[in-house]
Structure formats: structure tokens, C-alpha cells
Design a protein around this ligand. Sequence first.
Ligand code: SAH
Length: 372
Amino acid sequence: MTKTIPEILAGETFARDDVIALLSTTDPADAEAIRTAAHRVLVDNCGTSVFLRGLVEFSNRCASDCHYCGIRKGNAGVKRYCLTKDEIVDAARFCAEAGYGSMVLQSGERRDERFVSFVEDVVCAIKKETVSNTLPRGLGITLSVGEQTPEAYKRFFNAGAHRYLLRIETSSPRLFASIHPSRQSFEARLACLAFLKDAGFQVGTGVMIGLPGQTVQDLADDVLFFRAIDADMIGMGPFIVHRQTPMARHDEAMAARKKETLELALRMIAVTRLVCRDVNIASATALQAMEPLGREMGLLHGANVVMPQATPARVRRDYQLYEGKPCLDENAQECRECLCGRIRSLGREPATGQWGDPKHFDARQRHAAAQQ
Ligand code: SAH
């Protein structure tokens, strides 16, 4: 006999079939029951705080050619930039003063020594510049600069970065192959996630939702993948077409499925919260690109991290992974005010001046210590 949604929610653990059933339900009462259960698990495991990470997109130069991404190497229509060290440190100082406690440095992917040593140098400089009474260990730094060698990851960690985001994009090797050129492999991406953990990082991963050919079974396997690799942080968002990419041909089909994709993305957040419990989950900016209140909706479905824009406005337009990127015109201070107001309107509190590490990482550390 198949279980009902309330029966599945009453259980302690979730089998693959349960996850598929939770993701597939279209019944509004069941959908609301899933959302409420996810909120309860969030409050019980992580509290009601929303952690803020100032997002600095410091360069759009990229050596990769992901079929979905607007800043892929093959897109000749992009004006390429790389912020200077001083500009990035200024943005970091803004994040610290705004009370974000933590920041994300994101860019296109480059693996040349010049880039690796630049990132290392910038991380060191930010650490030095942002130590204060309120932030005795300086600003928390998350890197999101793609696939690198184990040595590069170690250098970034030793420089003072302590979290790293590298989405698997999809846990299906078949689907992964369909959205990347053949020289970008699923196995290499997986290996990088292991290197990051070995280097000592709190590791974040995630997927895009609504990819052409992606099934609800694939998405259920994504959630189980997060649990299997013991991820500390998860970031997921809807796939949004960028017209200057090879995936532009899916534009019409995607537009027709917009509402469905948004609902599925929110459901993925809720189900990931139910299965992974004490991880940090970001309410991705792509949710807001799809729907003006998308990020708030993400927070109501179990997410507890938001990444306010802190990229200097002059280059923000040149960093468009997908179309409809929000907050292109506001300055960083306006982004802060707007976001904190929105968080409070949900009855949640923006956490200020804290790194906001995922509880899962502490548990993982304790477990590792006990094994020794
Ligand atoms: N180059 C780095 C970071 C930038 S891309 C890296 O590869 O990790 C950050 C994330 O944006 C990607 O992992 C992908 O999941 C998401 N992204 C890229 N293009 C997108 C699109 N068209 N729609 C939705 N998300 C997209």
C-alpha cells in the first residue's frame, strides 16, 4: 500500500519512494503540510535566524562552457571584467559594516596560477581588513570559484576561506552530460567535492530545478545525493534560460512551465530541509528572478540563508548567469534595507555580525573526532 503524505511526514526517515511522493504531490493541503513540516524541522534544528552573506561577483572571466550559463566562455556578447583587489576589499568592508558577518566571493572559473594566487591574496587581505570587536575572526568567507586542483583548494583554505560552494548541478550523470561540454565531467565535479572536504571546508552543493529532461525521480536522487555526500550547505534554484546560450532553444517550453518550476523549486527546498535537517539552505537569487517574492517564499519553505547583492553596481549587469537577475540598479545599501525589511515581514530575524555556520558542520566535526 502506498503511504499518504501525512503518513510519510510522520515517519522519522525518508526512503526514495517517500521523497518522490513528497516532491510529486499536487494536492494543496499536502503541499502546505510539507511546508509546515519543513518549517518545524528548521526551527527545531537551526532556529529562526536568517543568515546573510554579502555576494560579491568579482569576475566574469570564465574558462568553462556550461551550456546554461550566460557568462560561459563561448558567449562573445559579454563584456569581461575582474574587480581589483582594492574594490573587492572595499565591498568586503561594506559587508562587515552592514552586519552581514559573512560574504561569498563568486566568479567564473579560471584555473591559471595568476587567478589562484589573486584569490588567495584577496582572501588574506579581507581577513586582515575586517577583524573588529564584533568580528574577532574577521568576515566569514565563502568561495564559489568552481573546479580547482586539491592544492588550490588547500591554498584558499589556508588563506582563511572556510566555506565553499560547488553545485553538482544535477546528480544524474546523464543529465549532467547533456548540459555541459564533454570535457567537463561529472566525475571531476564529484572529485572536487571530496577534495574540498579534505581541505577542511564547510562544503555546499546544489542543483538547478526544471532542467530539460529532468524528472521528479532525478530530483529525489538529488536530495538523497545531498545526504549521501554529507553536504553542510545547499543552494538550489530554478533553471532560467539565458538567450545567448545553447539552451536558448528551450525558452518557450520553460516559459510555459514557469509556475510549475517555481513550485517544484520551493518543494525541493522543503523536502531537502526534511531530509537533511541541520544544513544551511540558501534561498537562491534565481527564485527572485523568477518571481518577485521568490526569495521570501524560499525562506518560508525551510531556507535560512540569503545572499544580498554586494557587487559594485557598475559591473552587476555584466554578471548575468541567467536573464531577469534582480537588484541590478540598487546600490548595496538599498539592497540591505530592502532585504532586512522583507525578512522581518516574515517574522524572522536577520542575524547580524555572525558567521552563521551550518549546525551540520559542527555535528560532522564531533562525529569525526569521536571516530578517532
Ligand atoms: N563558476 C562558479 C560560480 C558561478 S555559477 C561555479 O561554477 O561554481 C553559480 C551557479 O549558478 C551555478 O552552479 C549554476 O547552478 C547557477 N546557474 C548558472 N546558470 C544558470 C541559469 N541559466 N539558471 C539558473 N541557474 C544558473
